[in-house]
Design a protein around this ligand. Structure first.
Ligand SMILES: [Zn+2]
Length: 278
């Protein structure tokens, strides 16, 4: 398959109630998470089926253990499953042994339910410790999607950076491929308030303006790029927001040479075109 002028990757973090359990939240916030597997995910899968769009879902081990039918439905429709911690831990706050344990159990859970070793990893909360990505590589992960140094260009994660007050000495690219992300292209900070409903809750029209701006810029100015959206079934699965996602898909389809794909396939093609230096 020739590389598209722009590839759009729709990605879904299937958190369900993992982060609420990790933070010890009560019934109300747990119920917001439950909306993901119960209502949001089936609606999203229906939309993706109608549009014949393959996608990537980053799934915590807790979601696999708690809502296996929901994860099986994602797999049955041909979508990719990647790792997203066990109970949506803030990996930057864990001791090294505890972090390794979470990463190992997460890889095992995804491998067990999907029947293949996961290729991709996205850090819960996009929170990384200094060793997380090295650990991910050691566990066979081929790409990460948690960093913001670029927007539509895949690249290899550097190793050996040293950052101190005198200067930042940048290391050299390693094996792990990065699929860059940003909060602007994430539904959560736009839409979902914190506890007790306090915080921003944008109209979909605002988010649509931002996402379409990124889409049109990437298509026009960055040919060959990959635009990655991060969404959560419990957030984007609400009716007024899902209608916006439908309009976004239609807008992307109206541009020449736009393709939708799973991240593992995008990364695989990129890796063939950009082999690791010997
Ligand atoms: Zn998450």
């Amino acid at each position: 398959m020739a590389e598209a002028r722009l590839t759009v990757a729709l990605t879904f973090d299937h958190d369900a109630i993992s982060s609420e359990v990790d933070r010890g939240e009560g019934p109300v916030l747990r119920s917001r998470g439950e909306f993901g597997p119960r209502v949001g995910a089936p609606r999203i899968l229906d939309l993706l089926r109608r549009e014949s769009i393959p996608s990537t879902w980053f799934v915590p081990g807790h979601t696999i253990a708690s809502f296996p039918d929901s994860v099986e439905a994602v797999l049955a429709d041909g979508h990719e499953i990647g790792c997203h911690g066990w109970a949506h831990e803030d990996l930057s706050a864990l001791e090294p042994d505890a972090e390794r344990d979470v990463m190992v159990r997460s890889v095992e859970a995804v491998t067990r339910i999907s029947g293949t070793a996961p290729r991709g990893f996205r850090a819960p909360y996009w929170a990384l410790s200094e060793q997380t990505l090295e650990l991910a590589g050691d566990l066979g992960i081929r790409y990460d999607s948690s960093l913001m140094a670029d927007d539509v260009r895949l690249h290899r994660v550097r190793r050996g950076d040293v950052h101190d007050r005198a200067r930042s000495a940048l290391g050299t690219p390693g094996s792990l491929v990065e699929v860059p992300i940003s909060w602007a292209l994430d539904d959560w900070p736009h839409f979902e308030p914190g506890g007790k409903g306090v915080g921003p809750m944008s109209a979909p029209s605002k988010v649509e303006e931002i996402w379409l701006g990124e889409l049109r810029f990437a298509w026009d100015r960055e040919p060959g790029g990959v635009l990655t959206l991060t969404m959560h079934p419990e957030a984007i699965g609400r009716g007024h927001r899902l209608l916006m996602l439908e309009r976004f898909i239609a807008a992307a389809r109206s541009l020449d040479g736009v393709a939708f794909d799973r991240l593992d396939r995008i990364v695989e093609r990129w890796t063939v075109a950009n082999p690791e230096p010997a």
